[in-house]
Design a protein around this ligand. Structure first.
Ligand SMILES: Cc1cc2nc3c(=O)[nH]c(=O)nc-3n(C[C@H](O)[C@H](O)[C@H](O)COP(=O)(O)OP(=O)(O)OC[C@H]3O[C@@H](n4cnc5c(N)ncnc54)[C@H](O)[C@@H]3O)c2cc1C
Length: 514
């Protein structure tokens, strides 16, 4: 460590909570500042090699790997039990590069093909090293999951799905088949769907946590991690937790792994960093994702990235793929996205630029929808002409008429000149009555993308790009693969599991401090 870094660290440590005797426990617990070990208010309550904070996807993977490496592990979880968001998730994990399932189903993928797709699909802020590593580790992740009891049925389901309603194992879960991506990378399905019909996240996390729970790790539930503890050298050496009002100080001889999820339930942080996403209606994370982990990381000098970005998921193919044959229009009656595009670019555009939006369909499209899908539609208006429909939803009639006329003429010629929608969906919108379906921002699923900065070892990084010693991160508490856009369902689960594994392995391999 150079002199300038040492002096920056000293200044930083001076700013931390000091003089335990002078501060009440309550003020310590609420301050959000890190605690300097030399001023720690009391003795260590217990100690271990690796402390894992948060027992969702990232925390489970970290626990399994740290235990497999022989480290003692204490897991801190604020809820009554573990599971995090993944237990309610669609159960999709984004993996590729030639997984056994892809091969068995006849899909020839390569690591580079997966990398090229992801780099293009995540857009601005793509981190080539992190994405490269995610692809490198994909086959290993598949083996890790299967060897720990996760099952994938050997079957492929075609079409566009939010989540397969069946128990099929492989699905296109992103924009692989859409332009411009299909011209950048050979389209291959990478959504690995755990074997159970519909939302099958439980079929991932239950088997993994069964193994982790029996691994010899210690679990402390209803325990809120509140402050990191840092030694005189600036190394993270423990954490102060609040267990039903009682403070405990847990020492981590080797490292702390932060897997506390993002800040999706914290409206103040959303208002500060990505305010447009306050318009979105449905947060898809766990109830514990209040940004506490990000704040703890910042309290020891960890940098953040992409805090202004959020996943906003608006799939026009929900509740049924046939809706993609309609057109998505804003309150000027104008199309603004290819309706067959994955839900995230569409949702981000809608949230930021066109919060009042509709999908316009005709009776022919309606007739294609099964009854269960029709029951889920939010019908804003139905009319016998496009003019009457525009009036009913209060958008300029001539603009909607023009959009429909232009769209129908492109359907007749078989080419969507604006958004390159796949020609199989270009059947036109011509048969009355016409319907306006509400696809506005307040129905959008969101989850902020920003978080702590890490490197390929899952070490937390300061603004100079140097690791903050003793601290590793994984999952939505930090920024990994996902950048401006979410490339496909399964990437959130995939990155939490991949970087959770890496964090657990590297935390266990740290030199123990006394
Ligand atoms: C309905 C739904 C559908 C989804 N579908 C998919 C999908 O198909 N594919 C996909 O990839 N992703 C999906 N996701 C998102 C994905 O499941 C999550 O982003 C991912 O699992 C996050 O994992 P994580 O470990 O980073 O965080 P989390 O799962 O949020 O876990 C964080 C854990 O830390 C705990 N915690 C937080 N703060 C503290 C603290 N201070 N002290 C102690 N404990 C703390 C929390 O209680 C929680 O248990 C979906 C999510 C939902 C809700």
């Amino acid at each position: 460590m150079g002199n300038s870094t040492k002096s920056t660290r000293r200044k930083f440590l001076k700013g931390m909570v000091a003089g335990g005797a002078a501060l009440s426990v309550t003020s310590l617990l609420k301050s959000g500042q890190a605690i300097a070990e030399e001023n720690m208010p009391g003795q260590w309550t217990s100690e271990t090699d690796v402390v894992v904070i948060g027992y969702g996807a990232g925390g489970t993977a970290a626990t399994l790997e740290a235990r497999a490496a022989g480290a003692e592990v204490i897991v801190i979880e604020r809820m009554e039990s573990g599971g995090g968001a993944i237990q309610n998730s669609g159960g999709i994990i984004y993996m590729g590069g030639g997984t056994p399932l892809q091969k068995a189903l006849g899909f020839e993928d390569t690591r580079d093909n997966m990398y090229n797709y992801l780099m293009a699909a995540v857009g601005d802020g793509a981190n080539p090293e992190i994405i490269g590593l995610y692809c490198d580790k994909s086959l290993e992740l598949y083996d890790f999951l299967v060897s720990n009891g996760v099952k994938f049925k050997q079957s492929f389901i075609a079409g566009k799905h939010v989540v397969p309603h069946t128990d099929d194992g492989l699905v296109y879960s992103g924009n692989e088949e859409q332009e411009p991506y299909r011209s950048i990378a050979t389209p291959i399905p990478r959504g690995h769907h755990a074997e159970s019909p519909g939302f099958s996240g439980h079929a991932i996390i239950r088997p993994l946590q069964k193994v982790a729970n029996a691994s010899g790790a210690t679990f402390i539930y209803q325990a809120m991690a509140e402050q990191l503890i840092v030694n005189a050298q600036g190394r993270v050496v423990g954490v102060a937790i609040n267990v039903k009002g009682e403070r405990q100080l847990i020492k981590a001889r080797r490292a702390v792994v932060m897997t506390t999820g993002g800040f999706g339930t914290n409206k103040e942080m959303i208002a500060q960093h990505c305010p447009a996403y306050l318009r979105c209606g449905v947060f898809i994370g766990s109830a514990g994702d209040d940004g506490s982990g990000i704040k703890m990381g910042q309290s020891v000098g960890v940098d953040v990235r992409l805090m202004g970005e959020s996943i906003a998921y608006l799939p026009v193919y929900y509740p049924h793929e046939s809706l993609v044959k309609g057109i998505l229009v804003n309150n000027r009656g104008q199309r603004y996205a290819g309706e067959d595009q994955y839900g995230d670019p569409v949702g981000c555009l809608t949230t930021r630029n066109y919060p009042d939006s509709w999908v316009i369909v005709d009776q022919t499209i309606m007739d294609e929808l099964p009854k269960e899908a029709q029951e889920k539609l939010k019908i804003s208006a139905q009319a016998s002409s496009v003019t009457e429909l525009a009036k009913a939803i209060k958008i300029p009639e001539v603009l909607l008429e023009n959009s429909l006329a232009e769209y129908n003429s492109m359907c007749d010629s078989g080419e969507d000149l604006h958004f390159k929608k796949n020609s199989k969906y270009l059947s036109g919108i011509k048969v009355a009555p016409f319907y306006a379906l509400n696809y506005s921002a307040n129905g959008i699923w969101y989850i902020p993308k920003g978080g702590l900065k890490i490197n390929t070892k899952a070490q937390a990084l300061d603004p100079q790009g140097k690791p903050v010693a003793g601290l590793y991160c994984a999952g939505t508490v930090c920024s990994q693969v996902v950048a401006q856009h979410y490339p496909g369902s399964g990437t959130l689960n995939g990155q939490a599991l991949t970087f959770g594994r890496i964090a657990g392995q590297n935390a266990a391999a740290e030199q123990a401090v006394s």
